[in-house]
Ligand binder design. Structure first.
Ligand code: IPM
Ligand code: MN
Length: 358
């Protein structure tokens, strides 16, 4: 009997629904070809619902999501909603409540995709950032007093405990082990911890010791390296080929993965996964809701298709994921550019082409 996967879909705002439709199209093509079933359930959380009802995401929705095998998110965000409301109320709420403690961000330059880095090609840009996704400054510790006065004080505290650090590091080491076994070019490179332990002497020290201890005890065969976050920014641009698996805390990971998205060809191709290895994960294109492109069918759906591929891979459907990857490469070779409006094809045409080649 073939497997059935239940997928919760949040198309969201702006161009979110357009790219999610193409991701679903490709998933359906993979399911028809490889003989597994997909059952999609759509949820209308996002700006439109918030502006109408004042509700972001009720707790009952979280309980609902727990019943699914995976989740697929388009984009959340609208110019009429104050920054922070939908982010905290929907995206971060899901990540935290479902304990999606890994933010997995492949930074891979596909063939025929333009990178702003001079003299760098797909052989130089092929690594994965693992961003811790439930701790750090994102936990909301801190506050503000004397607001609005000249004596106003604001704090926003970086919080980490050993368990949160260890489970993230374990995921990173295991992934590195897997990649080393896949290809000697990965095995030649280290796993890199990124932090700022020269200044963040408490959190940085916790991460560094945990990394060194786990590495020495359980993964002695893996080469370890450490970069300060500021230096890592520099090396991502100058020597991206040094990296294979880079692991870091939440905010540093947020910042450096946008840099990663740019060097791999922009937000049109950058995908990410919010992963709970023991629970329900959520996959999303990295780009925002891009309201100015909404409804025009000019947005690039590759990032959403890549997110769909990551979803299948995480569900254990490796072959279909590889087929989608190959189809994406073939279509990218035909595209003029990965930038919205300059692709040489419409959003739906790209989805059709990838689906046709899976
Ligand atoms: C991301 C985003 C989010 C984050 C925002 C929208 C809250 O930038 O997924 O990288 O900061 O994590
Ligand atoms: Mn971000």
């Amino acid at each position: 009997m073939s497997k059935t996967y239940k997928i919760a879909v949040i198309p969201g705002d702006g161009t979110g629904p357009e790219v999610v439709a193409e991701g679903r199209k490709v998933l359906n093509a993979a399911s028809a070809k490889f003989g597994f079933k997909l059952e999609f359930t759509e949820f209308d959380f996002g700006a439109a619902r918030y502006l109408k009802t004042g509700e972001t995401l009720p707790d009952s929705a979280i309980d609902e999501f727990r019943k699914f095998d995976s989740m697929f998110l388009g984009a959340i965000g609208h110019p009429d909603v104050k920054p922070g409301i939908l982010e905290a109320g929907i995206l971060l709420k899901i990540r935290f409540a479902l304990d999606q403690y890994i933010n997995l961000r492949p930074v891979r330059l596909y063939p025929n995709v333009e990178t702003p880095l001079k003299d760098k090609g797909p052989e130089h840009i092929d690594f994965i950032v693992i961003r811790e996704n439930t701790g750090g400054i994102y936990t909301g510790h801190g506050g503000a007093t004397r607001v609005g006065t000249t004596e106003e004080i604001a704090t926003q505290i970086m919080v980490y405990d050993r368990r949160t650090v260890d489970r993230c590091l374990k995921y990173a080491f295991e992934l590195k082990k897997k990649r080393n076994a896949q290809d000697p070019k990965y095995a030649a490179k280290p796993i890199t911890l990124i932090h700022k332990r020269n200044v963040l002497t408490h959190c940085g020290d916790l991460w560094y010791r945990a990394f060194e201890e786990m590495g020495a005890k359980h993964y002695p065969e893996l080469k370890r390296d450490y970069n300060h976050i500021d230096a890592a920014n520099m090396w991502f641009v100058k020597n991206p080929e040094w990296f294979d698996v880079a692991v870091t805390e939440n905010l540093f990971g947020d910042i450096i993965t946008d840099l990663g998205a740019m060097i791999q060809g922009g937000l049109g191709v950058a995908s990410g996964g919010n992963i709970n290895p023991e629970g329900v994960s959520m996959f999303e294109p990295m780009g925002g809701s891009a309201p100015k492109y909404a409804g025009q069918k000019v947005i690039n759906p590759m990032a959403a298709i890549g997110a769909a591929m990551m979803m299948l891979d995480t569900l254990g459907e490796t072959k279909p994921a590889q087929a989608i990857d190959a189809a994406m490469i073939a279509v990218m070779k035909k595209m003029k550019s990965q930038a919205a409006g300059k692709m040489g094809y419409s959003t739906t045409e790209i989805g059709d082409m990838v689906a046709g080649l899976v």
